[in-house]
Design a protein around this ligand. Sequence first.
Ligand SMILES: [Zn+2]
Length: 147
Amino acid sequence: MDAVLVINADLGPLHRVTVQHAIRMLCRRVAEIHEAEPDRVIGVFPVPRVVRLVRYVVTRWRFSAGPAWSRAGVLRRDGHRCAYCGGPAGTVDHVLPRSRDGRNTWRNTTAACYGCNQRKGDRTPAEAGMPLRNEPVVPSWAALAGR
Ligand SMILES: [Zn+2]
């Protein structure tokens, strides 16, 4: 475990670097320690697990990694259509419910109308007998833009 995660100033993960590289970033003051190994030091620095860039960098990697998840993005991706009945959707449903550790990710969330969202409740689509009309996917940047 010598890789240190570098995160952007907005806390978005960027890439991993070696501990040595991370220490050099700390020395140059381009990054700050965000999370460190308890009780371990290299010179004057705690051994970093995560370093955060001091200034926000706009990066191309975001295009390959896909856009960050958002509720508005889920609704846009699904064209404001309910994944269960196809009607107009104003809510975001967690396929695996949040109460059962379902996360805010593109693949675990889908647009849903209020009625279907309520009816599904804390169940999976299979348990609720409510099959998804489309499998949720990670949208392209283009799919989120301009609609
Ligand atoms: Zn619905």
